[in-house]
Design a protein around this ligand. Structure first.
Ligand SMILES: Nc1ncnc2c1ncn2[C@@H]1O[C@H](COP(=O)(O)OP(=O)(O)OP(=O)(O)O)[C@@H](O)[C@H]1O
Ligand SMILES: [Mg+2]
Length: 188
């Protein structure tokens, strides 16, 4: 029997009195990928915010990795194994690129699949810019950093919100292959 990794049931949320999500339900098993499609303003980033504890859930439930996680703090959800590449990158502007990468990493002793050297191997441009502050990076460099930072948490579920925005095609393709490889491994 395949264990469910993420189960969202009849999720409702919004901003103040404006309701955005109306009974969203979805289920994900390890190795599976789900894409949320729709025109601008349909509520994808809002859904992602709820998954990650960044926005209160007003009704419904979220279970991740066997734990009920709706309205739990983000750091607890991250520790359970959810990684996020947020819309708009959200890099820490006053930390260096390298500090950004290690600040939220979960890979003691470089034991995880993703550690600093591995991220630098994957995105060589990041190694060159490792001493630069977040504010000194270009849009594409910030996007690579946002992806690298999420990978460094060695997540069992990677949530991507416009994750390849501003990246050159070579990087997009490489990242796509990396995601496909991770999914194949999760199936085994
Ligand atoms: N902080 C906020 N305060 C109030 N309303 C918001 C806020 N953020 C988003 N909204 C509204 O919630 C709705 C859903 O927005 P959301 O960002 O989830 O859309 P999206 O599907 O991610 O769209 P996009 O493709 O533009 O990223 C929109 O109508 C938006 O105007
Ligand atoms: Mg969005």
């Amino acid at each position: 029997m395949t264990t469910t990794l993420l189960q969202v049931e009849q999720l409702q949320a919004g901003y103040g009195r404006s309701q955005v999500l109306f009974d969203i339900s979805l289920q994900l098993v390890p190795g599976e990928a789900i894409t949320l499609l729709g025109r601008n303003g349909m509520g994808r980033s809002t859904t992602v915010s709820c998954l990650f504890g960044l926005l209160p859930v007003t009704r419904g439930t979220i279970h991740f990795a066997g734990t009920r996680t709706d309205n739990q703090p983000s750091h607890r959800i991250a520790r359970l194994g959810m990684g996020l590449v947020p819309e708009g990158r959200q890099v820490f502007p006053l930390l260096t690129l390298e500090e950004n990468l290690v600040a939220t990493a979960q890979n003691p002793g470089n034991k995880g699949r993703w550690h600093l050297e591995e991220v630098f191997r994957f995105f060589p441009r990041l190694r060159e810019r490792r001493r630069n502050l977040g504010t000194q990076l270009s849009g594409g460099e910030q996007q690579m950093l946002a992806i690298g930072r999420a990978l460094m948490t060695n997540p069992s579920l990677l949530v991507l919100d416009e994750a390849t925005e501003g990246l050159r095609p070579w990087c997009v393709q490489r990242f796509g292959q990396c995601c496909a490889r991770s999914r194949r491994k999760a199936w085994r």
